[in-house]
Design a binder for this molecule. Structure first.
Ligand code: AMP
Length: 415
């Protein structure tokens, strides 16, 4: 794998795009390419395999959609799929499909979203009528492969979006089968927030001399977001949430809970005091989840209580506040949650409720984002307990790599 730095690109005009694409970009309100777009598009247009380390909120969907759309044969010339985009969740599949449609403006383009939980008959009909781009979840794509309804002979590009997440969820077998069924000389673009060994192994087996682009630093998604935390006793979180919503008057907020039951419980409490609130978690029917998302998009919902699984696909630019009612289970989840606001450099604010004993989690989040969260307070909700004695870590016992990170020095503290 070779790390690559592309030329400085600060305008779409420098990217060798067709006039119709440039018009579509203007229409979408995209003024200049985001870093991942500036770097990935030239390599992808050259037909190279690319690994892009980037998260949602950084413009990665357009980064892989633009080169695909630019190189598609018309439906008259080819009725079978030419590009397959594999994504971890149904919501993300819808979102990628919508973004690709938007960028295809001005050119008739058939895009099929093949997500699980959706009517398969309709998908079969769509495939039968001819499609150019397929966006789908691994399970449903695999299902179509088995039914022979998804033909792969003409596929020249496969995108693995949020590859780390897909592998975490356990989709490796399906992803491998999809890749094995596509022509060997295809192009493969892999997008991932992190590049753990599992992702690297997948890349080594199925990609050819990929260029590696690292846009994980300088993340617009969390850089522009004000991030604060409250310390609060578990049984006072509900009251704190009420007070915080009253103080902040969010345009739209997502409140993240750790469990489905917790989400239901909080939603039942909130709906007594807030008319326009909704909830969303993995046990809900797909149709219901779509309906809730649409209401959020239409701004009929002001507050959404959600779990991580469904929260991570949400791309709605009007979300002004993220509230981590429960701290996320891992640091990547934190970045994904917080990235739901402040989309593409807009302002946003994120609050995290931390109960005594969760100080370590807060510390690892801060190490992950390389930034200290500011402590916030509301009258009656000042720090709940004096900090325990900080754990003494022998400076010399830390691995050398860790010591390079200044956050490791700053964060031994509190709660
Ligand atoms: P993504 O990371 O693909 O989920 O994109 C996040 C949001 O940024 C989406 O709403 C995109 O439509 C938007 N976006 C992507 N690229 C650009 C750009 N170059 N300029 C402005 N907005 C963009």
């Amino acid at each position: 794998m070779e790390s690559s730095i592309a030329q400085d690109v600060d305008s779409f005009d420098q990217l060798d795009l067709s006039p119709v694409m440039r018009r579509a970009l203007r229409h979408a309100g995209f003024e200049k390419p985001s870093p991942i777009q500036a770097q990935l598009i030239p390599f992808a247009l050259d037909g190279e395999d690319v690994i892009g380390q980037a998260r949602t909120g950084t413009g990665k969907t357009a980064a892989f959609s633009i080169p695909i759309l630019e190189q598609l044969d018309s439906l008259e010339d080819c009725r079978d799929p030419q590009a397959i985009v594999v994504v971890p969740t149904r919501e993300l599949a819808d979102q990628v499909g919508r973004e690709a449609e938007r960028l295809a403006r001005g050119v008739d383009t058939e895009i099929a979203v093949l997500a699980g939980g959706k009517n398969i008959t309709r998908q079969l009909r769509q495939l039968e009528n001819g499609v150019q781009i397929v966006v789908g979840t691994p399970g449903r794509l695999h299902d179509h492969l088995q039914r022979r309804s998804l033909r792969t002979d003409s596929v020249w590009c496969v995108v693995l979006d949020e590859a780390d997440r897909m592998l975490d969820i356990g989709f490796r077998p399906q992803i491998e089968r999809i890749l094995r069924r596509c022509p060997r000389d295809r192009q493969t673009l892999l997008l991932s927030a992190t590049l753990p060994p599992t992702v690297r192994r997948l890349a080594e087996s199925y990609m050819s001399q990929p260029r590696v682009i690292d846009c994980s630093k300088n993340e617009m998604a969390v850089e522009t977001i004000e991030q604060r935390y409250f310390t609060v006793a578990q049984n006072r979180k509900g009251d704190l949430l009420d007070r915080l919503l009253e103080r902040e008057q969010p345009e739209q907020a997502i409140v993240f809970c750790r469990t489905k039951r917790g989400t239901d419980r909080l939603y039942r409490q909130l709906k007594h005091t807030h008319d326009n609130c909704g909830s969303m978690h993995g046990d809900m029917q797909q149709r219901e989840r779509d309906r809730v998302l649409q209401s959020l998009r239409d701004r009929k919902l002001k507050i959404l209580v959600a779990t991580d699984v469904v929260g991570r696909g949400i791309d709605i630019s009007t979300i002004s506040h993220i509230i981590n009612y429960d701290v996320p289970q891992d640091c990547d989840d934190y970045v994904h949650r917080v990235g739901r606001t402040g989309r593409m450099g807009r302002d946003g604010v994120a609050f995290t409720f931390v109960v005594p004993g969760e100080g370590e989690v807060l510390t690892s989040i801060e190490q992950r984002i390389n930034k200290e969260l500011k402590r916030d307070s509301i009258e009656g909700f000042e720090a709940v307990e004096p900090p325990p004695k900080p754990k003494v870590v022998e400076e010399d016992s830390e691995p050398a790599r860790k010591r390079l990170n200044p956050m490791h020095r700053k964060v031994r503290r509190r709660l």
